[in-house]
Design a protein around this ligand. Sequence first.
Ligand SMILES: Nc1ncnc2c1ncn2[C@@H]1O[C@H](COP(=O)(O)OP(=O)(O)OP(=O)(O)O)[C@@H](O)[C@H]1O
Length: 236
Amino acid sequence: MNDALNAGAAPLRMDGVSRRYVSGEETLDVLRGADLTLHPGEIVALVAPSGTGKSTLLHLAGLLEHPDAGCVMVAGQDTGALTDARRTEIRRDRIGFVYQFHHLLAEFTARENVMLPQMIAGVARRAARTRADELLGLFGLGHRLDHLPGKLSGGEKQRVAIARALANRPHVLLADEPTGNLDVHTSDAVFDALLETVRAHGVAALIATHNMDLARRMDRIVTLRDGLVVPVAPAT
Ligand SMILES: Nc1ncnc2c1ncn2[C@@H]1O[C@H](COP(=O)(O)OP(=O)(O)OP(=O)(O)O)[C@@H](O)[C@H]1O
C-alpha cells in the first residue's frame, strides 16, 4: 500500500507552497512559495502571529487541502498528483494530528479512542488494543483505559488525543496549539509527555505554538513572514 513511500526520505517536504484565499473581491496570499523540510525525528516549532498562516500550512502539510502552487512530499512521495483516495490513505497511515481541542469521541473509552484509527487502517482488534494500552501507559494513563472522555481531566484528554495521533506510527506528527487550552502547569506536563514520546518513536513533528518557552525545547524554531517559512533562532 505504501510502496512509493521511502522511509529514508524526509518525512515531510514542502517546496514552494502557495495558498491564496479569495472571498468576494478580496484576495489574500497567505503562503507565497513557502519551503519547509522536516528531517527524520526532527521536532520543529512553528511560532508566528495570529493570522499569518500557521493553520493553513498545517492543513497543507496534512494533505487536508491542496496548495495553489508548489508541492508537498510525504516520505519522498509527491502527493500533488495522487488520487483523493490515496491522499486519504497517506493521511490516515502516515500523518498524526493533534488539535488544540482533543476531539475525542465522547461515547468511546480512552482505549477505544486510540484503537479506532488503527482498526480503520486495518489493524486487528487485539493488536490495536495492545498498542492503545502501551501508548496510554506511556502517557501515564494506564489507570484510565476504560474511562470515557467526560470522566477525564483536560490534560488527560489531551494525552489521549496525542496517543491517538501516534497510534498508527505516523512518519509525521502535526500539532496546532496542542496544549493551548490547558493551564500552564498541565500544559507543561502534557508537553513533556508529547516531546518524550515523539522523540522515543523517532517521529518528525511540526508543532504550532504561541509559547516561546515550549518552542525553545524543540530542535528548531521557524516563523511565517510574508508568506514564507523563515528560521527564528536555534533552540537552546
Ligand atoms: N477558508 C478561508 N477563506 C478565506 N480566508 C481564510 C480562510 N482560511 C483562513 N483564511 C485567512 O487566512 C489567514 C491565515 O489564516 P490561518 O488560520 O492559517 O492563520 P493562523 O496563523 O493559523 O492564525 P491563528 O494563530 O489565529 O489560528 C487569515 O487572515 C485568515 O482569515
